[in-house]
Design a protein around this ligand. Structure first.
Ligand SMILES: NC(=O)c1ccc[n+]([C@@H]2O[C@H](COP(=O)([O-])OP(=O)(O)OC[C@H]3O[C@@H](n4cnc5c(N)ncnc54)[C@H](O)[C@@H]3O)[C@@H](O)[C@H]2O)c1
Length: 325
């Protein structure tokens, strides 16, 4: 495998730009091609970062022997089909969430990746915050996790609220929350029950807010509030509390700050900034160079997506759902 990893970016919107900025700063990565159905966006990135070409046709990138890996940074309904085509073309994949829009599509992506032998990583950048690592070390086996990711109301016309292209806040953002809850619990989720529905977008056929209860294989439980019914000023959009019967930790301030309580004394930790994009890009490129599995796997993406899909099924059926991977 060559030392320099040649990259095609598919989806040149905000996250495509962010990944390109990261890759441009990584010595062993070379941005070769940019693709967007809005060709002006692909042209703009090529103008900014160089590379061989801009295109509005992902198939051109999949056919290109001069590309080792692709980044899938498009609308959610295109993730599954693009990932399958990428795997079949032998391209390694950096995947934005959600992995796909149904379990069968997630499985088709996973099968295509396994069959082709390409490497695939899911972009769960929040795992890279130093505060998250500190919390995980301080409370390695939480009994109870209380998690919240609450946005300000998303505009109706935001593509992520489109029932087909995006699926709404729970599907879009819930994958991050579910992944982090699993990352903290270090056990597989087995059951989920959710209450909620459409509270903030009555004209749209999406689920936008929920509170879900998750049970893990080791018996621990988590409560997850997810949606866009308003950002809370005290803890911010993101808040995670881990409790193990003796120690507790509370991540707040968009996960940048941690309050760690050992039952007697309290200390605090503050990250100066948000982390993750640069670190996940470095890890992806390093894993390709070393021919090793990426640290955040496609299976992690399948699991988080499945948890969100099962939560939505629970909203629809008003019954707990099993999470069988
Ligand atoms: N990891 C994170 O923290 C994070 C943050 C924001 C968004 N995201 C995810 O990144 C992805 C992109 O989000 P965004 O905020 O950059 O959206 P965006 O609207 O800014 O950009 C998406 C781009 O994809 C293009 N596109 C859509 N379908 C395409 C196709 N079939 N082929 C080529 N181009 C296509 C659109 O024209 C658009 O330019 C989504 O999956 C989103 O959930 C992740």
């Amino acid at each position: 495998m060559s030392a320099t990893q040649r990259i095609g970016i598919i989806g040149c919107g905000s996250v495509g730009v962010t990944h390109s900025e990261c890759l441009a700063a990584i010595e062993d990565a070379k941005l070769v091609a940019f693709c967007d159905t809005d060709s002006s966006r692909a042209d703009e990135l090529r103008g900014r970062f160089g590379g061989k070409y801009a295109t509005d046709d992902p198939a051109r990138i999949f056919r290109d022997d001069g590309i080792d890996a692709v980044y899938i940074c498009t609308y959610h309904d295109t993730h599954g089909p693009l990932a399958i085509q990428a795997a079949e073309a032998g391209k390694h994949i950096m995947m934005e969430k959600p992995l796909a829009l149904s379990l069968s599509e997630c499985n088709r992506v996973a099968n295509a990746v396994e069959k082709s032998g390409v490497k695939a990583m899911t972009g769960f950048k929040m795992r890279y915050y130093p505060s998250v690592a500190k919390a995980r070390t301080f409370v390695p086996s939480p009994i109870v996790t209380i998690a919240q990711m609450m946005d300000r109301r998303w505009p109706d016309e935001f593509w992520a609220n489109d029932p087909v292209k995006g699926g709404g806040n729970i599907l879009s953002q819930g994958c991050h929350t579910m992944d982090l809850v699993c990352h903290f619990n270090q056990s597989e989720p087995v059951r989920i029950y959710a209450e909620g529905g459409n509270f903030t977008h009555s004209g749209l056929s999406i689920f936008d807010n929920m509170v879900a209860t998750i049970t893990f294989a080791n018996g621990s439980v988590a409560s997850v509030a997810q949606g866009d019914s308003g950002e809370t000023p005290f803890v911010s959009k993101l808040s995670f509390q881990l409790l193990d019967g003796e120690r507790t930790v509370h991540l707040h301030n968009r996960l940048k700050s941690a309050i760690l309580f050992d039952g007697t004394s309290t200390r605090t930790h503050d990250d100066p900034e948000e982390y993750g994009f640069m670190e996940e890009n470095r890890d992806f490129i390093d894993s390709l160079k070393r021919d090793e599995d990426p640290p955040i796997s496609l299976a992690d993406g399948v699991r988080a997506t499945l948890m969100v899909l099962r939560a939505i099924e629970s909203l629809e059926t008003q019954a707990p759902q099993r999470i069988a991977l």
